[in-house]
Design a protein around this ligand. Structure first.
Ligand SMILES: NC(=O)c1ccc[n+]([C@@H]2O[C@H](COP(=O)([O-])OP(=O)(O)OC[C@H]3O[C@@H](n4cnc5c(N)ncnc54)[C@H](O)[C@@H]3O)[C@@H](O)[C@H]2O)c1
Length: 260
């Protein structure tokens, strides 16, 4: 099998997407990005500007892909826990359902119909958030789900969806519970977090993680792994399954890459 592959990266214009695209391109892969915003670092013919809910555009972009790296999502809650009425809006129906529930469904459907053999789904450490606040660490893929808010509930759905499509349709699905790669505007929240530096994920480690997930010849039908950079104080994410399945090891530690 050729080591250079056609890879669809969704959410390719985002914080993690840009790092993943750069790493895959540097390894010689033919990368197609799909995002509602143009993807920097790709020729315009390989930067599909479309939503996940545009099924035709998504399927054209996914045609002949050896793998889909699915990152596109609304990456957090807005205003949850909810305020007092009338200030009790959140982004569940407006953003989380179309982007994080319907979107992954369309990804798995595209993989099924087009026979894409591997899908790597971006989940989050927020699906086990209670363990972090309770100090029940290191968390493993077997730790009981303890979602933080509604965004985390959509990622629980994403993981379940991946398991079902893997079992019923023979697609290799890897769900990765990503650590925290702070986006612009999250600096203060990150600084105040008691565990932020221990779950920090540098853009470089994120890029190398997804490149390893694309390159490994064989994966189990379905697996959950964690991905973070090296912890600073407390061992928080058990990275052994990523190490064993992908041969991936983080190189960085907070604050390498935080200014990128
Ligand atoms: N950054 C983190 O700390 C972190 C932690 C855990 C999980 N994640 C997950 O990693 C992924 C990437 O997160 P990020 O931090 O890069 O977020 P980001 O907001 O920087 O990037 C997300 C990208 O997805 C695109 N997008 C959203 N909805 C879309 C749609 N319907 N169709 C097409 N494109 C769409 C956005 O335009 C954006 O470019 C997400 O799935 C997020 O939930 C991120």
């Amino acid at each position: 099998m050729s080591t250079q592959k056609r890879i669809l990266v969704t959410g390719s214009a985002g914080r993690i997407g840009r790092a993943v695209v750069a790493e895959l391109v540097s390894r010689g892969h033919h990368v197609v990005g799909l995002d509602v915003n143009p993807t920097s670092g790709l020729p315009s013919a390989q930067s599909v500007v479309a939503s996940l809910t545009d099924v035709d555009a998504l399927r054209r972009a996914a045609t002949d892909a050896a793998a889909i790296v699915h990152l596109a999502a609304t990456p957090d809650d807005a205003q949850f826990p909810r305020g007092t009425p009338p200030n009790d809006g959140d982004n569940f129906l407006s953003d989380l359902v179309p982007n994080n529930v319907v979107g992954p469904y369309q990804i798995m459907e595209a993989a099924r119909v087009l026979k894409v053999p591997r899908v790597i789904l971006a989940s989050t450490g927020q699906v086990i958030a209670e363990h972090l606040t309770d100090g029940k660490v290191p968390v493993t893929p077997e730790s009981p789900l303890r979602p933080r808010y509604l965004y985390a509930c959509t990622k629980v759905f994403l993981e379940a969806l991946g398991r079902v499509y893997a079992r019923e349709h023979g697609i290799e699905v890897l769900a990765v519970r990503l650590g925290w790669c702070p986006r612009a505007g999250q600096e203060e929240e990150f600084r105040q977090s008691p565990f932020g530096k221990d779950v920090y994920l540098s853009p470089g480690d994120a890029g190398r993680f997804f490149a390893a997930a694309v390159a490994v010849p064989k994966l189990p039908p379905f697996a959950v792994v964690y991905a973070s950079s090296r912890y600073v104080h407390r061992h928080t994410f058990d990275l052994s399954s990523a190490r064993e399945l992908l041969g991936w090891e983080p190189r960085d530690q907070w604050a390498v890459g935080s200014g990128q």
